[in-house]
Ligand binder design. Structure first.
Ligand SMILES: CC(C)(COP(=O)(O)OP(=O)(O)OC[C@H]1O[C@@H](n2cnc3c(N)ncnc32)[C@H](O)[C@@H]1OP(=O)(O)O)[C@@H](O)C(=O)NCCC(=O)NCCS
Length: 209
């Protein structure tokens, strides 16, 4: 059985600890042994969590360990790439309440949160972070390194590239393509294609900067 280590011991890290205990494979394929965080005191005021085993910067992965990353901000990719360069193995966590449709393709290092649906024939790359109560419609195509918050609706066959942040409650309408490195604000309704590097907000969504 792999020893699972959660990267980041902040609020999302603690949430991910609970998600990992409720995900497919817990107690069979992996057990949770602790966190790594550059703030080694991050859990000082919290009880009932496994320990912080070291810093992200200096941690040397062992062969029997596996990793998931709870960091959803801009440092997510750097943290994961740092560990990958030291030989870390990442796994995908799929919460037991998630619905994964027929022929869905999904890469490594991904989180699929509570009650999230990935509908038929959707394709997802690697290291995506998809939180709870989100719907990824049929035939959607999602690149890698995307953060998709809770209660997001990606209508069937929409596509997004890499490194995007789609915030809470956003809705992506039919036939919309979102490029790379975009931020979609909370509760946005995105009705047209989004150029790479754009921040959108509001309903219907418009450019913030
Ligand atoms: C879109 C977003 C990324 C922009 O952040 P920002 O660049 O820091 O911009 P600001 O917060 O300074 O907002 C700029 C303006 O847009 C407005 N605005 C920002 N986000 C908005 C949104 N989602 N809907 C409506 N208006 C919004 C602000 O009120 C502000 O208006 P003002 O200039 O008249 O005062 C951010 O507001 C957002 O939606 N974050 C998502 C938070 C979230 O869901 N987190 C998930 C945690 S799990």
């Amino acid at each position: 059985m792999k020893k699972l280590i959660i990267i980041g011991a902040g609020g999302m890290g603690r949430t991910m600890y609970d998600l990992a205990k409720e995900s497919v494979g817990y107690g069979v394929k992996y057990d949770i042994v602790g966190f790594i965080d550059d703030n080694i005191n991050a859990l000082d005021n919290f009880n009932n969590y496994p320990p912080i085993l070291g810093t992200i910067r200096d941690y040397i992965p062992n062969r029997n360990e596996a990793f998931v990353c709870s960091i959803g901000g801009h440092s997510r990719k750097t943290c994961i790439e740092n560990l990958l360069s030291k030989g870390a193995e990442f796994i995908t966590l799929i919460h037991k309440t998630a619905r994964i449709g027929s022929n869905v393709k999904m890469g490594i290092g991904t989180l699929i949160g509570t009650y999230t649906t990935i509908a038929a024939d959707a394709e997802l790359g690697d290291y995506n972070f998809i939180q709870s109560l989100t719907i990824i419609g049929h035939d959607c195509k999602i690149g890698s390194w995307n953060r998709i918050d809770s209660q997001v609706m990606m209508v069937g066959a929409t596509t997004i590239g890499d490194n995007n942040m789609i915030h809470t409650g956003a809705m992506i309408n039919h036939n919309v393509h979102i490029g790379n490195d975009c931020t979609i604000g909370a509760c946005s309704f995105v009705t047209m294609n989004v150029e790479s590097g754009t921040t959108l907000f509001c309903a219907p969504a418009r450019r913030l900067k």
